[in-house]
Structure formats: structure tokens, C-alpha cells
Design a protein around this ligand. Sequence first.
Ligand code: F0G
Length: 353
Amino acid sequence: MMWRGIIERYREHLPAIDKSAVISLQEGNTPLVRADNLRFFLKTNLEIFLKVEGLNPTGSFKDRGMTVAVSRAAEKGQKAIICASTGNTSASAAAYAARANIKCIALIPKGAIALGKLAQALIHSARILAIDGNFDDALRLTKEIVAKYPITLVNSLNPDRIEGQKTGAFEIVDELGGAPDYQFIPVGNAGNIVAYWKGYKEYHQAGKAKKLPRMMGFQAAGAAPIVRGEVIENPETVATAIRIGNPANWQEAEAARDESQGIISAVSDDEILDAYQMLAALEGIFVEPASAAGVAGMIKLCRQGYFKKAARVVCILTGHGLKDPERAVKVTEEPKIVPANIGDVLKAANIEG
Ligand code: F0G
């Protein structure tokens, strides 16, 4: 049967939306890929799966929540949506708003979002405002605007976003026949970790999963307010998607951590970039740096001997590598320039000579 997106697939678990009002790009149904090369490389007895959310229509997990949030806004007759974003939310909001024929306004931190994401938001005709400040400033301004004007906020403070995003957990359980033992996930504004936990709990209550996973969240060390227990005024990390100092879903994320007996910890930029390159080189999966934070956390814990026995692990890879091509070029070697003759080419390719 044709895949018609997460609202049609998981309708009974989501807020009511009339069939005719659904705004969808057929998001969801993303691959859950076994990572045996990574497993052998790490010499671990973990069974590792990667949920490749970068294969959603706009290249990130945000589409799951956006289809619900935009469908509901459009159904209510709203004419505009607004978000603050480190890039992916704005790209997704812009695409779904275009499809719903409503206006999209996005506040982004000036000069601090990856080029691919900016290109997406612009080409879908969103009104992009580059704020002379960081994401936290942009979110504060956005909240002020929606308090005064009839515009729908589509950040993860909007419960419809969390509702849609929780379907990632449903897909994992449907595919594996149960929940994993551990789920690793990057944490920025902290909506996704909350959404996954909600999804696992709901499936558990519905009898579709016998157990619940431990939620293992990872922030970038320079942007780790939850780990440090304080707002970070000037968050810094190469993982621009999670460069956030005051996450909107802070308390809820701590609750997900504590209820699941999981952790929220930090990984350095070097650890993030190592995991980023490892996923590409060992598994053929190109993610954006922020998406590698969860994997970096798993690798770190493996090396510390954290896992005492075999376990099943899922890492959520939140966004596609093509969002931020400049980073990939930066961390690798430039292509070798070779004269256009067969001798030099054979030599340079290590085929002959
Ligand atoms: N990974 C990617 C690729 C992201 O874009 C984000 C968040 C996260 C992880 C963290 O998810 O915020 O739910 O904890 N991006 C938001 C945005 C902030 O504006 O695109 P979270």
C-alpha cells in the first residue's frame, strides 16, 4: 500500500484532523539501518540500529511534527505560522506552509545556520529574519509575537509538534517488534527526546511494546545547559542545530530522562565530528554534525565500558548531511588536482605506479 505520511498511518494515536485537512509530504517511514560495521569497529556486543531521519521530505525529523502542527493550524483557518530556528524547523515549516498556502515567518540566529537549511527556507518563500542574537533570543521574540498576534507558533512548545514527532518511536517499535534497551538522541531545544519518550510510553500502554527504553540524550559540551544545570548565555558548538542555551522543553526532558532511568550528558565537538565521520566512512550514512551527537555519546560510553551486557540500541540520526556540506569539506582533505592524462590519473588513484 502507498505510504501516505504519519497522520494517516498513526491516526488513532494523534489529535483529530479531518482527512481533507491533512497537509503532508509523506513524511515518516524512514529506514532503520543495522550498523554492524560500527559494531565491529567498536568491538561491542551492542546491536546497533540507526534511524535515518534525514530521509524525511525536508531532510530532518522536524517533518513529523510539522505535518501535524501545520494541518491543525490550517484546519483552524490560521493564515500564518512562525518559528525560531537553528535551521531545520524553519526549512520544514516553510515547506509545509507552502503546501498549506499559508504564510511562514522564521527567526534565525544571524550567520549561524547551515547553508542548506537557509536555502530551503528561502526557496519555499518563507519570510526569514536573521536576528542579531542567538536561537534563545529568537525564541523569546517569537513567543512575544504569538502572545499578541493570531499566528501559530510551530516550535516544539506547540504540543502538536510533539504529537507528530512521537511517531518515530512507533515506527521503531513496529519494526523491531518491541522497544530497544537504549535510545540515543541529540538534545537541543529538547522536544525530540520528550516526543520519543511519549511515543514509547503510549505504545507500552497500548500493549504494543512490553518494555520501555532508557533515554540517552546528548548535548554539545559548549551548549549543555541541562547537563550543567544552568542557562548558557553564549552557547557554542560546531553542531549549529543544537547550539541552544535555554531549551524550551527543559523540565520535560529531565522527566523523560528520570522516568526512563536514562541520562542526559555532553559530548565535545571533537567527539561529535569523529562520530560524524565514522557514520559516513563506516556505514555510508551522511548526517549533519548535530545528528552525530547521540552516536558520539554511545561511542563514548562503549569505550568507558558502560555496557555490561549485550543490548539493543537505536540512535536517532536527526538530519541529513547535505544540510551542512561546508562542514564535510572542512573536516576532510581537498581533492587532489591531477593533469588530464591517463598516466597521472592511474598514479594518483593508486592503481599503477
Ligand atoms: N538534530 C537536529 C538536526 C536538529 O535540527 C535539532 C533541533 C536537534 C537535533 C535537537 O532536537 O531541539 O528537539 O532537542 N533543531 C531545532 C531547529 C532547534 O530549529 O531546527 P530538539
